[in-house]
Ligand binder design. Structure first.
Ligand code: SAH
Length: 203
C-alpha cells in the first residue's frame, strides 16, 4: 500500500458539517490520518484485522483502515450529524464501515460490535475540557490490545504515567500539520501544530 495513494483518497472526504467546539470536532488532516494508518499497516496492525475508530467524527480513520486492508472497521461517535457525514464518506470511497452512535464510556455497547484487534483514534486533546482524552484512552485499552492515537506534541510523559501498569508505549511518530481555523475563537487562519502518533500495547 502506498502512503501517497492513501493520502490522496482521504483528501476527498467531507469534513464536519457544523463542528462543535465542546466536542472538539477537529478534522484529522488527510496527511496525518494516512501517516497513522500507513504506520499501523506496516506494523501488521491493520491488514486482515478488525479496527475500531473511537471518536470517528467524519470517519476518516475508519474508512482509511478499510482502504489499508482491514477485514472490518467500526466507527463510534456521540454526534449523529458527524456520523451521517461519515456514512457519506464511506460511500464515496466505496468501503463498508459500521458506524455506531455511542458515548466513549459505554464500553459494553461498543464491545458488542467487536471484538477488536486495533484501535485508531484522534481523541479530543482536552483544550476545551481538561483531560477529555482520558476516557478515550481508557476505552481504547479496554477494547483492543493495540492502540494508535494522535496526541498533542509533548504528551508522551503524561501518557506513559497515565497508562502505567496497563500498557506500554512502543512507538512515537512525530508529525506537524496545519490546523485550519475551525472556530471563531481561533485567532489565526492557519496554525501549525505538532502532534505525536503513539502506539500503545496492552500489557
Ligand atoms: N477522528 C475524527 C474526529 C476527531 S475530533 C476526524 O478526524 O474527523 C473528536 C471526535 O470525538 C468528535 O467527532 C467528537 O464528536 C467525538 N467525541 C467527543 N466526545 C465524545 C464522547 N464522549 N463520546 C463519543 N465521541 C465523542
Amino acid at each position: 500500500m502506498r502512503l501517497r495513494h492513501l493520502e490522496m483518497a482521504l483528501e476527498r472526504l467531507e469534513g464536519f458539517p457544523a463542528p462543535s467546539p465542546a466536542l472538539e470536532q477537529y478534522r484529522t488532516p488527510a496527511v496525518v490520518a494516512a501517516r497513522l494508518l500507513h504506520h499501523a499497516w506496516s506494523k501488521g496492525d491493520i491488514e486482515g484485522l478488525v479496527v475500531l475508530d473511537l471518536g470517528c467524527g467524519t470517519g476518516i480513520l475508519a474508512c482509511g483502515s478499510m482502504l489499508a486492508g482491514a477485514r472490518r472497521a467500526v466507527g463510534v461517535d456521540v454526534d449523529p450529524a458527524a456520523l451521517a457525514t461519515a456514512g457519506e464518506n464511506a460511500r464515496r470511497l466505496d468501503v463498508a464501515v459500521t458506524f455506531l452512535q455511542a458515548d466513549i464510556s459505554d464500553h459494553g455497547k461498543i464491545g458488542e460490535a467487536g471484538p477488536y484487534d486495533t484501535v485508531v483514534m484522534n481523541p479530543p486533546f482536552g483544550a476545551q475540557k481538561p483531560h477529555a482524552d482520558r476516557p478515550f484512552i481508557d476505552a481504547a485499552l479496554a477494547l483492543a490490545p493495540t492502540v494508535y492515537g494522535i496526541f498533542n506534541a509533548g504528551s508522551r510523559e503524561f501518557l506513559a504515567s497515565y497508562v502505567a501498569g496497563r500498557a506500554e508505549i512502543t512507538e512515537v511518530v512525530e508529525a506537524r500539520f496545519p490546523l485550519r481555523r475551525t472556530f471563531r475563537f481561533h485567532r489565526d487562519d492557519v496554525r501549525e501544530i505538532g502532534v505525536e502518533i503513539v502506539r500503545l500495547v496492552r500489557q
